[in-house]
Ligand binder design. Structure first.
Ligand code: SF4
Ligand code: SF4
Length: 438
C-alpha cells in the first residue's frame, strides 16, 4: 500500500493546529520537505518535548515523506534554544538526507511563510502555499503520526501541553475526545478558581471557559490564565466593542504595520489602513479591506505592536471576511521582497511574554506518562479541513481502541476518525460520537 493511503487510513491530519489531511501532502512531488518544530507561541513546549522524547519517530516520519515526495532533502526546523531536541534528532540523521535548520527565538518563527523562507530562501507567492515553491511543511507531531501510520497505527491520541495557572504544567498524550477538565486535572488542577482557557496558544488560539470541550487531533495546548488577567479580559471583549474603541482611538501611528511579520516579508498587509474601515468614513471599506487579505492572523499587531491596545488583527479578520463575502481577492502586483529592516524588527518571544504579562508562567512542561483512561470520550466527526466524517457505528456497539468509527465519502477531502478508547458507543450524531468505558 502507498504511504499516502496508509496516512489517509490512519486519519493523520496537521497536528500543529491546521488540521489539513496529511495524505494530500504525501501525494505531492516537491524539492523540500520541512519539519515545523519551531513552536513560537509563548509558554508552549509541546513540540520541543515531542521531538526530544520521540526524535527517532520524527526523523522516521521525515524520511518517509522525503522518499514519498521525491524531495532532494528534508529540513527539520528547531529553535537553537531547544538544543536538547536538536541533540536527540542529530543522533538519527547519519546517512540520511536530512538536516536541522537552526531557528532563532522570535515570533512567529513557526509561520509557514517564515519557515519556508528560513529553510530555503524562497518566498511563497501571495495567497500561496509552500507547494507553490516546491515545499511541503509538516508539524513534528504530524511526522510522528506518519511514522505510526506507516506501521498501520491510526491516530487515537493527542500530545498536548497544559500550562499557565495549573499546579503541574506538563505535556502528555491523551485519547482524542478527552475533556479539557480531565486534561487539566492531570496537570494538577488549576491554581485559581476563575479562569479562562486559551486553546492552542495565547497569540493565535481561542478563548473559552468551558471545561467540557473535547480535545481534537489539532488541540496542541490549554493555557489557563486567571479570569482577571489582562489577556483574558482583552480577548473576551465583544467584537462590536473592539470596533467602537478602534474607531475612536486609532491615531494611525502605523506601528501595527511596521511590526507586521507579513508586511516585513514584502506582502501587502497594512493593518493601520484596515483600521480605516471601522467607519472612519462612510466610504472606502473595499479600499481599506484590501490591505487585510494577506494577513495571517498572527495577532502581533493586536497583542504587541499597538500602543493603544486596539484590535487591528480583529479588524483584518473582518476585512478578510468582507473580501471573501464579496468575492474579492487582493492581487499583489508588487514583487514580494523582504523589507530591509525585517531582521531588526523581529519580536523575541521573551519580549513578547513580558508584554503579555505571562513571563511568570514560562516554566518547563516536562513530558509525563500515565494519563488515566477517561470514563468517556467525545470524538468530533470533523477535526480536520474538508468534509465531516460519517459515523459507521451505532449506539450500543462495542468498539476497541483504534477501530474505524467515522468514514470519509470516497473522493472527498477529509480524514477518517477512530475510537480512542475501548468501550460502548453511547451517542452518535452528525457532530460527534461518544464512547463510554465499560
Ligand atoms: S498601532 Fe494601533 S493606534 Fe497605531 S495605527 Fe495601528 S491600530 Fe491604530
Ligand atoms: S495579525 Fe496583524 S501583525 Fe499579524 S499578519 Fe495580520 S496584520 Fe500582520
Amino acid at each position: 500500500m502507498k504511504l499516502s493511503d496508509k496516512i489517509f487510513n490512519a486519519g493523520v491530519v496537521g497536528a500543529g493546529g491546521a488540521g489539513f489531511p496529511a495524505h494530500v501532502k504525501a501525494n505531492s512531488k516537491v524539492e523540500y520537505v520541512i519539519a515545523n518544530g519551531a513552536e513560537c507561541e509563548p509558554l508552549l513546549h509541546k513540540d520541543f518535548e515531542l521531538t526530544r522524547n520521540f526524535a527517532e519517530r520524527v526523523v522516521r516520519g521525515m524520511e518517509l515523506m522525503v522518499n514519498e515526495t521525491g524531495a532532494q532533502i528534508g529540513y527539520i526546523g528547531i529553535k537553537d534554544k531547544n538544543y536538547p531536541a536538536i541533540e536527540e534528532v542529530e543522533k538519527y540523521l547519519e546517512d540520511k538526507n536530512l538536516e536541522v535548520v537552526h531557528l532563532q527565538d522570535y515570533y512567529p518563527a513557526g509561520d509557514e511563510y517564515e519557515l519556508v523562507y528560513n529553510a530555503t530562501g524562497r518566498l511563497i507567492p501571495p495567497h500561496g502555499i509552500p507547494l507553490d515553491v516546491g515545499c511541503v511543511v509538516n508539524n513534528v507531531e504530524t511526522l510522528y503520526n506518519i511514522s505510526l501510520a506507516e506501521e498501520g497505527v491510526p491516530v487515537t491520541d493527542k500530545f498536548i501541553c497544559v500550562t499557565g495557572a495549573v499546579n503541574n504544567p506538563s505535556t502528555f498524550f491523551v485519547p482524542v475526545g478527552t475533556t479539557f477538565e480531565d486534561a487539566i486535572k492531570f496537570a494538577g488542577g488549576t491554581t485559581v478558581d476563575d479562569f479562562g482557557i486559551f486553546i492552542g496558544g495565547l497569540m493565535m488560539g481561542t478563548l473559552t471557559d468551558n471545561v467540557t470541550e473535547a480535545i481534537t487531533k489539532t488541540t496542541g495546548a490549554l493555557i489557563i490564565l486567571p479570569k482577571e488577567h489582562h489577556l483574558v479580559t482583552r480577548m473576551d471583549r465583544p467584537v462590536a466593542d473592539m470596533n467602537r474603541i478602534g474607531k475612536s482611538a486609532c491615531d494611525q501611528c502605523s506601528y501595527c504595520t511596521e511590526f507586521c511579520p507579513r508586511y516585513l516579508m514584502g506582502y501587502e498587509v497594512q493593518p493601520h489602513k484596515v483600521m480605516r474601515s471601522l467607519e472612519f468614513s462612510k466610504t472606502g471599506y473595499a479600499v481599506w479591506n484590501e490591505f487585510a487579505d494577506l494577513c495571517s492572523s498572527c495577532g502581533l499587531c493586536t497583542l504587541y505592536s499597538c500602543p493603544e491596545e486596539l484590535y487591528p488583527r480583529e479588524a483584518c479578520e473582518q476585512g478578510k471576511s468582507y473580501m471573501h463575502a464579496n468575492g474579492k481577492k487582493h492581487e499583489q502586483k508588487k514583487e514580494v521582497k523582504i523589507h530591509p529592516i525585517k531582521d531588526g524588527r523581529k519580536v523575541p518571544v521573551k519580549q513578547l511574554m513580558k508584554k503579555l504579562n505571562v513571563a511568570k508562567y514560562n516554566v518547563p512542561t516536562p513530558y509525563t506518562e500515565g494519563f488515566p483512561e477517561p470514563s468517556q470520550v467525545k470524538i468530533l466527526l470533523k477535526q480536520h479541513v474538508g468534509v465531516h466524517a460519517k459515523a459507521i457505528v451505532s449506539v450500543g456497539d462495542s468498539v476497541q481502541k483504534g477501530d474505524l468509527i467515522g468514514k470519509i465519502e470516497e473522493g472527498k477531502l477529509g480524514a477518517p476518525v477512530h475510537a480512542s478508547i475501548s468501550g460502548k458507543v453511547t451517542h452518535v450524531s452528525e457532530e460527534f460520537i461518544r464512547i463510554t468505558k465499560v
